[in-house]
Write a protein that binds this ligand. Sequence first.
Ligand code: NAG
Ligand code: NAG
Ligand code: NAG
Length: 696
Amino acid sequence: MKESKGISHFHAGFWTVGLFIVVFLCTCNGDITYSVPEEMKKGTVFGNIAKDLSLSVKGLSDRKARIDMEGNGRRFFDLQGGQLAIAEIIDREELCGSKPSCSLNYELVLENPLELHQITLQIEDINDNPPRFPKSEIRLEIRESAHKGERFPLDEAHDPDVGRNGIQNYSLEKNDYFRIDVNSHSNGRKYGELVLNKELDREQQQQVTLLLTASDGGFPQRSGTAVVRVIVLDANDNLPVFSETVYKVSLPENSHLGTVVVTVSATDADEGANGEITYEFSHISDKEARLFSINEVTGEINMIGTVDFEDKNEYELWVKAKDGAGLASNAKVDVEITDVNDNAPVIYIKSLNVPIPENVASGSEIGIINVQDKDTGGNKQIRCTIQQNVPFKLNPSIKNYYTLVTTAELDRELISDYNVTITATDEGSPPLSSSKTIHLSVSDVNDNPPVFEHQSYSAYVTENNKPGSSVCSVTARDPDWRQNGTVFYSLLPSEVNGFPVSSYVSINGDTGVIHAVRAFDYEQFRSFKVQVEARDNGSPPLSSNVTVSVFITDENDNSPQILYPTPEGNSFMTEMVPKAALSGSLVSKVIAVDADSGQNAWLSYQIVKSTDPGLFTIGLHSGEIRAQRDISESDSMKQNLVISVKDNGQPSLSTTCAVYLLISDNLAEVPELKDMSYEESNSKLTSYLIIALVSV
Ligand SMILES: *[C@@H]1O[C@H](CO)[C@@H](O)[C@H](O)[C@H]1NC(C)=O
Ligand SMILES: *[C@@H]1O[C@H](CO)[C@@H](O)[C@H](O)[C@H]1NC(C)=O
Ligand SMILES: *[C@@H]1O[C@H](CO)[C@@H](O)[C@H](O)[C@H]1NC(C)=O
């Protein structure tokens, strides 16, 4: 509680304390303690963590420095740059009640490598609460026969502040009958006892009313008052006496409602109403009042709420036994709460670097996991595991932190994501466990070159193709992701017959379809090779090459060509046939060639017209002209044949030629021949011709 009149002093005090913020730096374990007064304004900077850890502000941010705390507790401050600044006003009394020391524990987490520093905020009390008495009037009944020097305990005042800011003194209004004696409990708490200074006389004064003041030792000092009303009694009376001054009990947390904590008991030597004892709590906080009740008559203390070890593990209850005359004495009940394994471990994923590039080295740190269990002892010991069949493991790190690391190389093309289940089990009995599944995706790296479906390709193109017609298509596959797996095709530069390959074929970069750029001529060249490159769109790109062999196939585009008899120039060329030629004798031969190949060049010969059909015949494929019967005198001397030479293409092409035969033994009989044979001896011409035929 703050009083408005104390505010200006309070600020003065705040600044005074503010100057004394002390930093204890212990470099031995990297733990830092900051001493921080409660009630500081938002934004107040109280520490420079960068300086205290000798790290640069950039180093802190690069290593993702952050403040973690146990469970879901409140943070109260922020890390701003390298400094720690108040983010929420801290009320020490709310956090720590009457504990003499109040500290908050945090962890400063740095990643890569994981590093932890314990940060402790020691919350310093400021005197923001005045002492207060439970009731504004304290009623005491004291017999008139009481002796000088007898003592009567007074109700205590309560001040949530601690140390010097807690209650330091009680004072009593000046009067004739009583003085006050201030004593301390074993725990240091001060209480006052009224001491009789001058014997009372009921007949003279039935009541004494006094102002009691409790004051703390803070700066500024605060105080609270109550009125003590002493009723002077006629009868003899004794104080109640507890069987023990301190009752110690222990109680498992989560005990059922109604559980008997302890039964306190006091006796009073008096008889009747003066010996009738009632019990009550003499000093109880609101919270304790919701958990414990005391039976006024029996002194039995029961649970009326649920105690939680994790919330508070010890209670100090003050009980008062009061007799009918209002005389009272106090005893203390120390209740220790013992832990039950009622909290499963909690898994916190403190950091996760996903997606994981598939090329990370085995052993890389990809996440930080923290496990916590609010229980204590073995109930707090945690084992943390993940399933076996994944390329990850948990490495125990500092305290209850684990790093999640890879144990093998990853291949996105094989497995692109993992569900990893983390299981944390405590060592309680029975143990409690919890689990959490995290999804780890693997991101692509351009680690696969495109691969052609075939080691090489062959394409067959019929000559006289149309320019632009497709020749063949190549396909390469790349299992990488998106652009890393997008394939483009191109021709590698080379020459075919002295011309760039691009003047023969082109390739569609997207589809891999190869087109002819011009018409091919089988008779010019029959095949050529093209190198095709497939390249992905990664950076850097990967590529592979393949050879495409293009074979040009023949088309029947050439007619047979007559070599003999010479078609042009000399249509007078005449063969001599001896008059005595017999059936079957060779008289001449037609020689023809065809520029095409195969069937397109397979020639057949036929006589299509003759002077004397039946006299000569021609070999279908040899082109040899033979007498079909013996030559006789009656046969005409001049014999003309028209020969057709035909190839076997589809459709076939043909040529015709004429052969002139002269049945004669005497060259002189051939007037036409004279013109052409002037340079040769007549007698030798026949044999020359025959030799020529044979050699062809
Ligand atoms: C991981 O879990 C999610 C959600 O349950 C599911 O869609 C996905 O298929 C799982 N992945 C694997 C690799 O098991
Ligand atoms: C392709 O691979 C590179 C590394 O080689 C990577 O940085 C990039 O993210 C990948 N692209 C996609 C779309 O996955
Ligand atoms: C493909 O061929 C080109 C030209 O010869 C060469 O530079 C490149 O290294 C080859 N690429 C592969 C993957 O063999």
